[in-house]
Design a protein around this ligand. Structure first.
Ligand code: TEU
Ligand code: CA
Length: 552
């Protein structure tokens, strides 16, 4: 297995990837069927979002039993076979560890409800009357973070859905339970672990109202977070070189992420942050839309890339996941220039310092869902916000527009394998609708076209393995006077890499680097720009990667 700096991770949302038995729900055997496809793409790790026993209120992020497989997805035998087959093909599996909360159907929570004090201490049960919750904090999915339990006569904390109760990490017994789960999967040969909203697990000692916000400032990157993470990682041996770990960090800061990922801290190998994916939130609100702010996007990338570089931190770099709208629809043109946009965005991410992540369907340029009616949506967050926005008095038409842009279901429509009805995802009725554009956008078409988005990703993955300047190089922004161009330089020993990406639908002339004619074009997303001395022209949504190596 390659080091994580040369690796690429592919994210699978099993429910929407491939259904092997026609019940409309993707499953582990379905993943198994597509391993050769993933091998052809060239990725090193397969991150599977949770397929553990769960009531599926949040599509598996509400876990009832961490060590068994939900029958919806298959059996432990299916999983063993998948681990073995992926291993033979040189791909490791990455499992999704959801330790901020459990489902309220988890045995621990059920025992707590039955009055068992030991298990009540696994969660946060706080005094309060039904109408008077302990604090005014707001859940990430809308509404209060507190739910009153008649059985216990207290409120319990849930930062997400009310069926996702937050675990009390202050309790050492909880941390031991978590270590047991990690050891269980590690012994099965799992080489990768993703930790869901892991920077939210250290809660404050005092519970107070937040007069400025939704409460996140009290529990995000909380007081004992670094101590907890180090303890979990060291005690389970996740700091070993052959293990890859990534923390999902919600509303975090660069300083914390440096600590989360600097090897001296013995925490994670890398982390996700989401600041670059909020540049189209009007006034920071996910449910108010505006065109994305390119200058802000550029600044965020440049700042994170340089700071993590300077302090020996490491980023997971990405545009897409199962919580985000599709990047081609969001940051470019998903009509006429769809393929070019997809490749341009890929160039930006895959040239960066960090480990790139690809979300299923991104490699064929899949777009947003374009749902038009609430009955098509499945996500608990979208369903909640549909009601909340209505209560706020927003017009239905506007709410639909917001959901079309912001719903997490945009990325959860079935993977498009074929042009046929149901996109080759299932022979039955899919649990969520297939995008109508599967006729045009699908894997079969991509594999038949040597110029496809798929083969472009394949190339980018190979380049990272081949060129140390991509996997190891330092990062420096390239300032340009043109608007809408994202540019940076990577440097490693005698090698240099320059990346230019045009986020606009116009031709743009790039000028000013004297040495340009000594550069070789490694890759470009359309017709290669002709470099004329110090100048060249980038096509609409064009991107180019240039390479130079000083010879002694
Ligand atoms: O998501 C964390 C998270 O806070 C966001 O991505 C969230 O979905 C969004 O900001 C709400 O606007 C993780 C998982 O990736 C997500 O699928 C789960 O729903 C969530 O944790 C709870 O486990
Ligand atoms: Ca199935």
């Amino acid at each position: 297995m390659e080091s994580f700096k040369k690796s690429c991770v592919y994210q699978i949302y099993p429910k929407s990837f491939r259904d092997s038995n026609g019940d409309g729900i993707g499953d582990l055997k379905g993943v198994m069927e597509k391993l050769d496809y993933l091998k052809t793409l060239g990725v090193d790790y397969l991150w599977l979002t949770p397929f553990f026993l769960s009531p599926q209120n949040d599509n598996g992020y509400d876990i009832q039993d961490y060590c068994s497989i939900d029958p919806l997805f298959g059996t432990m035998e299916d999983l063993d076979r998948l681990i073995a087959k992926a291993g033979e093909l040189g791909m490791g599996l990455m499992f999704d560890m959801v330790f901020n909360h459990t489902s309220t159907s988890h045995e621990w929570f059920q025992k707590a409800l039955n009055g068992d004090k030991k298990f009540q201490d696994y969660y946060f049960f706080k005094e309060g009357t039904p109408d008077n919750p302990p604090t005014n904090w707001q859940s990430k999915f809308g509404g209060s973070v507190w739910e009153y339990s008649e059985e216990v006569g207290k409120h319990y904390l849930h930062l997400f859905d009310k069926t996702q109760a937050d675990l009390n990490w202050e309790n050492p017994m909880v941390r031991e339970e978590i270590k047991k789960v990690i050891r269980f999967w590690k012994e099965k040969g799992i080489k990768g672990f993703r930790f869901d909203v892991i920077n939210l697990v250290s809660k404050p000692s005092a519970w107070e109202d937040d007069e400025e916000g939704d409460g996140r400032r009290f529990y995000t990157d909380g007081p004992r977070i670094h101590e907890y993470l180090r303890e979990i990682v060291v005690d389970t041996g996740l700091d070993a070189d052959d293990i890859i770990t990534v923390g999902e960090m919600s509303s975090t800061t660069i300083d914390h992420c440096i600590r989360y990922t600097n090897p001296d801290e013995k925490q994670f190998k890398m982390c996700f942050n989401f600041h670059h994916l909020k540049v189209d939130y009007k006034d920071g609100d996910k449910w108010s839309i505006m065109p994305f702010d390119f200058e802000k996007l550029k600044k965020i990338f440049h700042t994170w890339q340089t700071s993590m570089d300077e302090e020996n931190g490491w980023n997971a770099v990405f545009w897409c996941n199962h919580d985000q709208p599709r990047a081609v629809s969001r940051f470019g043109d998903d009509g006429m220039y769809r393929k070019r946009t997809a490749k341009m965005l890929a160039t930006v991410i895959h040239g960066m310092r960090g480990t790139p992540y690809i979300y299923q369907g991104e490699e064929i340029g899949m777009t947003n869902a374009n749902f038009t009616h609430i009955s098509q949506y499945r996500d608990v967050e979208s369903l909640h916000y549909f009601e909340i926005l209505k209560e706020q008095g927003r017009k239905e038409e506007e709410i639909y527009r917001v959901l079309r842009e912001r719903s997490r279901d945009n990325s959860r429509t079935p993977m498009q394998w074929e042009a046929e009805e149901q996109a080759g995802f299932t022979t039955g009725t899919p649990w969520i609708g297939v995008n109508e554009n599967c006729e045009k956008i699908n894997v079969r078409e991509s594999l038949a076209d040597p110029d496809s988005v798929f083969f472009y990703y394949q190339k980018l993955i190979q380049l990272r393995k081949h060129y140390s300047v991509i996997s190891e190089g330092s990062y420096e922004p390239v300032p340009l006077k043109q608007k809408g161009i994202f540019a940076y330089q990577r440097s490693w020993k005698k090698e240099k890499l320059l990346v230019f990406a045009n986020f606009t639908g116009k031709h743009q002339e790039i000028e000013g680097r004297e040495v340009l004619d000594n550069w070789e074009i490694l890759l470009s997303n359309d017709s290669a720009p002709k470099i004329n001395g110090k100048k060249f022209v980038l096509d609409p949504f064009g991107a180019v990667m240039l390479y130079s190596c000083e010879r002694a």
